[in-house]
Design a protein around this ligand. Structure first.
Ligand SMILES: Cc1cc2nc3c(=O)[nH]c(=O)nc-3n(C[C@H](O)[C@H](O)[C@H](O)COP(=O)(O)O)c2cc1C
Length: 157
């Protein structure tokens, strides 16, 4: 039997939008993966080597910035895991497309993520839910992760 994918969904959210994305991802992975939800700044530190993939969620703050709590989480993790997928919520009214969800781009670059970051305008409820599902399909697609590891093969049918 193929063991289930182990996923940690770590997120930071003030007003609930990033939390909603995290919960949608959790629902998407339901039955396909063992999922740990981690609230940044609240839950105990995550354990190294206990996950196949880290899905990291953040909103963008102060004109393109990563929130301090997320920076603290990165320091707390203390190393750069290979398989980090970044998602986040933002608002184009705060400076337009150039800084929309810029924290997502910054973190995807920092972690050298194999996936483009997922950017959601405010709450994902409604049409943007499809965007999350399509992104998740990419994230767990065979062979996308790197040449030595195949997340898709790790999912029990
Ligand atoms: C002071 C302030 C600054 C913000 N700056 C940005 C920004 O630079 N880029 C962006 O895309 N959104 C920005 N936002 C919008 C938030 O990222 C957006 O509301 C997000 O959905 C909040 O996520 P949360 O509900 O998970 O806390 C800003 C919001 C506030 C209140």
């Amino acid at each position: 039997m193929v063991s289930k994918l182990k996923a940690i969904i770590a997120y930071h959210s003030y007003s609930g939008n990033t939390k909603e994305i995290a919960e949608h991802i959790e629902k998407y992975l339901n039955n396909q993966a063992e999922v740990i939800m981690h609230r940044i700044g609240v839950d105990s530190p995550i354990q190294r080597d206990t996950f196949d993939i880290l899905l990291l969620g953040t909103f963008t703050w102060e004109y393109g910035e990563v929130p301090d709590e997320v920076k603290d989480f990165i320091l707390e993790v203390g190393y750069k895991p290979e398989n980090v997928a970044i998602f986040g919520s933002g608002d184009t009214q705060f400076g337009g497309d150039e800084i929309f969800c810029l924290a997502v781009d910054k973190l995807a670059k920092f972690y050298n993520s194999p996936w483009s970051g997922l950017k959601i305008e405010q709450s994902p409820r409604g049409v943007q839910e499809d965007k999350i599902d399509n992104w998740m399909k990419e994230v767990i697609k065979d062979g996308k992760i790197n040449s030595s590891k195949n997340i898709g093969a790790n999912i029990s049918k």
